[in-house]
Structures are given as structure tokens and as C-alpha cells.
Write a protein that binds this ligand. Sequence first.
Ligand code: 3PY
Ligand code: MG
Length: 251
Amino acid sequence: MGSNLKQQIQAQHPIAGCFISIPHPASVEACAVSGIDFICIDAEHSAVGRDTLENMIRAAECAKLPSLVRVPDAKSGWIGWALDSGADGIIVPRVETEEDAKLIVNAAYYSPKGSRGVGIARGSSYGASLLSDTENAHDHTCVIVQIETLEGVHNAQKIINVPGIDAVFIGPFDLGLSLRAVPEHERPTLESTILTIRQTCEASGINVGIFIPSAGDVKKFAEFPLKIIGTDVMHLQQGLKSIGAALSVPD
Ligand code: 3PY
Ligand code: MG
């Protein structure tokens, strides 16, 4: 609620966050002590439900850590729920058209920028800051769209031209899968497709981020200002594997 994450994103400061998919505030608290810049609670690919989500956002706020929520889609009501719960912004997956982007902006901002519904909810201090919140929320609500399909790549310029979009976030896994639909002999590489998106964003002065699944990918994506470095469950596995490997090394 009201962190300066949006300013950092708009100014294209290099920042790194982590996806949280373990549906419990403890995972948020554990990530908070790591020194990352923000978390993104993943409601697209995890079991995080609405009430748990609010407690996870609460935990982030206690730790002074900005929180984004990756919602499952733009239509299900999750954008409003996430923001009403006090999240600093949303990431919406699989954005493919200008119309998708407009729908997202409409759901994320109060009138006159959009038509977000007003609620006596945690995000407005249960109504105590309702008026100021409806006036100021557009200054601190981060609206980030994922481009991770071929159609999204083709429409990237139109998507980022929609006023109210703060950043594009590339999902390399889905993008790689999407490319499989192109016949092999004319298929662009994943790397060149990622570069195309990055250059389109850069030419329009809009922030661009990417998911970095492992330490081995950090160098490759160093030039992206906005990074999400893995997920809590991946870090659990990687931590256990690396300690396990050290255990099996003889003295
Ligand atoms: C993808 O790689 O498809 C993602 O959405 C990363 O989170
Ligand atoms: Mg994806």
C-alpha cells in the first residue's frame, strides 16, 4: 500500500523480486530477510487463495517489502481483490492484444482512468482512507503485463501504447512454448524473440522485465531493469541440492 515501487519501475531502476507460491505468510517473511526489492505472490500457478493472499500481503507490509500479485487473468475479479487486499500492483499473464491491456487498465485504476470498484477493504484502511485512496491510487498502483505468446509479441507495440501500463514482463517459458507453433524452418529463436520485445519496450521508454529461473541465467538477462529471480519453491530445491552436493564432496 503506497510503496514507491511504481516510481522505481517507471524510472527503470534495476530491481529484483521473487515469486512466492507457497501459500503462507512465512514464505513472504523468509524472502523479506534476503534483501530482495519486492515479492510477487503467484496466484496464477499456485494454491494461493483470496484469504491467504491478504495475509501474505500483510506479512510483506510488516516487513516493509512491496508486494505484487500475479493474478490468474484480467477477467476473474482477481485484479480488484489483489488491490483491495493492499497489494502494490498486479502482473497479468498472457496479455495478447490492445483490448486485453485496456481491460487490465480499466480494472486496476479508479475512475476516471478506469472503473475499479470502490470497497471498504484492507487496501483503503477499511474505508478510513477511501477518499484519498481513490484520488491517489493511480500514483502507486503498478500495472504490469506479461508478454509471453506469439500474439502478444506481434501486438507488443499496441499493448504498451495503452496508457496506464507501467511495464512489460516476459515469461520465457510460455514464450518458448508458444514458438513451437511456428514451423521449425521459419521459427525465430527464443533469444531473438526476447530481444525483439525488449527493443520494442526500450524504443517506447517503457520498463521491461523478465523471469530469471536460475543463477546461470543472470548474465544473459543483465540488461533488464526489472527481474524476478525464481520462486520460493525453486530456491528451496536449489538450496537443498547445493548443500546436498557439498555434503557428498569428500574432505
Ligand atoms: C514464464 O516463463 O512463462 C513465466 O510466466 C515466468 O513466470
Ligand atoms: Mg508464463
